[in-house]
Design a protein. Structure first.
Length: 239
């Protein structure tokens, strides 16, 4: 339920207010209308993108635990019904927020995976791009990143889908390496899983506190050398 105050000045016949509602009175009145969805213009133009943007703002203000659907509907100035038409409950909305945040890392990674360069170079740059993307998010907006770390635990399906997208890209790079002959013939998906797991400390939110350590880069290079030895047919030719 929400409140709208309107001054309606009628001079015979019907009058269309700025809220697009028609009233047929012959007198000048001042009326406060308290209704649910009396003038649903805002509800009609409500988009998922706007809802997610607003939800991020509200979550930052109140935190994941205290934020509820009423807070978000109020910030959007829409009815609860309008919000529930897009997202069935708070959990579904939070999962959508996390999913969108995770999806933002995919385009730069896909750009690396699609480059016309040796698989070894692409694999290194892909892992390096992923870790730096996560670290930048953590350092540029630590409050929001911390909030997302909490939400990740509540949105396992979004995480699974995101992980599958990342593994698809890794698998494609490794398959290219197998075709080039720089990677020994093997199950590319299994190899991608192994590489992803081996580098988890550099991209999983559980390790975010380590990402600002002075030896973070050297740790990554050490893990990369081990991956090179285990994956490539000629590790000495790999960066």
């Amino acid at each position: 339920m929400y409140m709208k105050s309107m001054t309606l000045r009628m001079a015979g016949g019907s009058f269309s207010s700025s809220d697009k509602c028609e009233f047929g009175y012959n007198v000048t009145i001042i009326i406060t209308i308290i209704v649910r969805g009396a003038c649903p213009l805002a509800d009609e133009v409500l988009s998922k993108e706007l809802v997610l943007d607003t939800t991020e703002t509200v979550l930052r203000k109140y935190g994941p635990a205290k934020t509820n659907m009423s807070d978000i509907a109020r910030a959007l100035d829409v009815t609860h019904a309008a919000l529930y038409r897009l997202y069935s409950n708070k959990a579904a909305l939070k999962e959508a927020v996390v999913e969108r945040w995770l999806e933002r890392s995919l385009p730069p990674l896909q750009a690396v995976a699609s480059e016309a360069s040796p698989a070894s170079e692409r694999l290194y740059r892909w892992l390096d791009t992923l870790r730096k993307f996560k670290r930048n998010r953590a350092s540029q907006d630590p409050e929001l990143f911390e909030m997302y770390s909490m939400l990740v635990e509540e949105a396992p399906e979004a995480i699974r889908v995101h992980r599958d997208h990342l593994l698809d890209q890794l698998t494609a790079i490794i398959e290219d390496g197998i075709q080039e002959g720089t990677i020994a013939k093997q199950d590319a998906r299994a190899a991608a899983n192994a590489v992803f797991t081996a580098t988890a400390a550099f991209h999983h939110v559980a390790h975010a506190a380590e990402w600002e350590l002075s030896d973070w880069d050297s740790r990554f290079e050490a893990v990369w050398r081990l991956i090179s030895v285990g994956l490539f047919t000629d590790p000495s030719a790999v960066k």
